[in-house]
Design a protein around this ligand. Structure first.
Ligand SMILES: [Zn+2]
Length: 202
């Protein structure tokens, strides 16, 4: 009886996570990796439940998964947003590269998937207009934990952590400091032009 309850509970947990990921328009391969469900089961979940979960239609992502490292540092805003998401990964214990604590055993896939959804949803709530898709966020975590192409460094000026791409020399400075400088430039009053100074002297 207990065995039946456990297997029912496990099946329910896997379905719940799959549906949560479907809401975020995750790819089938990503859902399979976290839940262990078959492609056919995931397809049936899409068909049976997707339209009941949200008023907005849920799209199934097709085509190639994100592959470009430079996507995360392509401009100041993207670099800042990716850096914030990396902070959320660290807060939910997903970022082994920063803590230098690689788990001795592979993490439980279901638990890993749930914590990933927690981190992604928290990040979405913190930003007014988040632009990173679920699949880009998933790719970012793989990049941070498995390759040295993108890594978190600490800014000497503001002490914040930000992501730096080892290939792109243009994005080697801190996005937080760049955003601060841009804001100061926007709010600083314009200096009077020479003609108006002449008027004032008169
Ligand atoms: Zn800085």
């Amino acid at each position: 009886m207990d065995h039946d309850n456990d297997s029912y509970s496990n099946e329910r947990s896997r379905n719940d996570l799959a549906l949560r990921m479907i809401r975020h328009e995750a790819r089938t391969c990503t859902i399979r990796e976290c839940t262990g469900l078959t492609d056919d089961r995931i397809r049936r979940l899409y068909k049976s439940y997707a339209h009941e979960l949200s008023e907005a239609p849920v799209r199934r992502r097709r085509g190639k998964s994100p592959r470009q490292v430079t996507f995360f540092v392509r401009n100041t805003r993207a670099q800042f947003e990716s850096s914030l998401l990396a902070g959320a990964f660290a807060a939910f214990g997903l970022l082994y590269a920063i803590t230098n604590q690689m788990p001795s055993e592979p993490p439980d896939a279901l638990d890993y998937g749930r914590r990933f959804c927690d981190a992604y949803e928290t990040h979405q709530q913190l930003l007014n207009t988040p632009t990173l898709s679920f699949e880009h966020a998933w790719f970012l975590l793989q990049l941070l934990n498995r390759s040295g192409d993108l890594r978190a460094v600490r800014c000497r000026h503001c002490d914040s952590y930000y992501l730096r791409d080892k290939f792109n020399l243009c994005r080697h400075t801190c996005p937080t400091c760049r955003l601060k400088r841009a804001r100061v430039r926007r709010v600083r009053p314009r200096r009077p032009c020479s003609s108006s100074r002449a008027v004032m002297r008169d």
